[in-house]
Design a protein around this ligand. Structure first.
Ligand code: 5GP
Ligand code: ZN
Length: 136
């Protein structure tokens, strides 16, 4: 289902043009307008889901299979040296467009990009508390 005021619904369903790398029944894959590196692409489901929390399991499973296929193309045809998959969910996590999308960011040695976080510290007790919270 499409949402009227969603730009990625419009792009995914061909109402707004974008540089399309792949299209099938479930997805359109486009080049990001503001690429982090050469070949930065976005996998967009055609049906609206705001983020991973909303995404049907069938689509969630299919998205990684598609990413794997595109990764092979990026490696072969762009000659990238690595690849980051990035997927932001919610404003707190840096999501700016509220329609699920998986970033595929080809990486090149010395491309000057940094996708990183600051490693924290946690005691065994703290880790155990989190483990319990998530599993009990
Ligand atoms: P987010 O921060 O939500 O994970 O990423 C949104 C991404 O969508 C950004 O990398 C941004 O450059 C890209 N983007 C936003 N609007 C458009 C658009 O109209 N066309 C294309 N191709 N990319 C867009
Ligand atoms: Zn949408």
């Amino acid at each position: 289902m499409k949402i009227d005021n969603c730009i990625f619904c419009k792009i995914a369903n061909g109402e707004i043009p974008a540089k399309t790398l792949h299209e099938d029944e479930l997805f359109r894959v486009i080049l990001d307008l503001n690429p982090a590196t050469k070949g930065h692409a976005l996998i967009l489901p055609k049906d609206h889901a705001s983020n991973l929390f909303d995404l049907p399991e069938k689509t969630a499973a299919a998205v990684l299979v598609l990413a794997k296929r595109l990764a092979a193309d990026m490696s072969e045809k762009l000659g990238c040296d690595g690849l980051n998959l990035v997927q932001n969910n919610g404003e707190a996590a840096g999501q700016t467009v509220s329609h699920f999308h998986l970033h595929m960011i080809p990486r090149y040695v010395n491309d000057g990009q940094t996708l990183s976080w600051t490693p924290g510290k946690a005691s065994q007790e703290e880790l155990e508390e989190v483990r319990k919270t998530l599993t009990e």
